[in-house]
Design a protein around this ligand. Sequence first.
Ligand code: UDP
Length: 241
Amino acid sequence: MPARVDGREPADLRPVSIERGFIANSAGSVLFRAGATAVLVTAQVSESVPPFLEGKGVGWLTAEYAMLPGSTPGRKRRGADGRATEIQRLIGRSLRAIVDTRALGPFTIHVDADVINADGGTRTAAITAAFLAVADAVRRQFADRAREILKDSIAAVSAGIIDGTPMLDLNYPEDSRAEVDLNVVRLGKGGLVEVQGTGEGGVFSRAELTALLDLAESGIDRLGLLQREALGVDWPFPDAT
Ligand code: UDP
């Protein structure tokens, strides 16, 4: 079995740290770290909706994602490229899966994810952190109605195959030599929201996909416990076991 560069077992997550309320001016904000990957996510609520929803009484959630210039070993140029555009749409779709836009009413929740340090898994870190920022923003802005607006929790993690071994939560050195790379987004209660899988230059089997999904789901279960601990409330997590 190949050793991981940071000494983890294949099914281990990287150490996670969560700091809520990092930005005083945002209704919800979280500094989320998974190993060396660090993402700062804010959530703010505005009293408006995009033109296609005007007059319909429903709300919206939208997301932006960026890597700060200093977040990568070589300076990352500012401005959304194709990758950032894909990732911010993924973050938006993922978070909309837990928001009841009718209960929200004519408001927009803006999620902004900025990668402070990139070491693999930044999109999944952004989604896991965005849940916490959105939960805080919704609680602060809508108080008792928060329970109707946020129906569930959501988290995401990557998994991949390296030298034939399925591994959870790849860092950049692992990601860059993985034979298969999978990003999994799942509701806290269960139910896949999005699965992005890539056979990096090759193909992967149904059995490998199943092994990676099992690994990712076990990671998402653990991330859910960390989210719940960070938020300090049982809502909107599945019943404690
Ligand atoms: N990366 C980078 N510069 C880029 C894109 C990616 O340094 O322009 C690195 C970064 O560490 C990132 C990793 O490659 O976390 C994997 O990128 P990927 O596109 O797979 O997305 P992620 O795993 O971060 O969601």
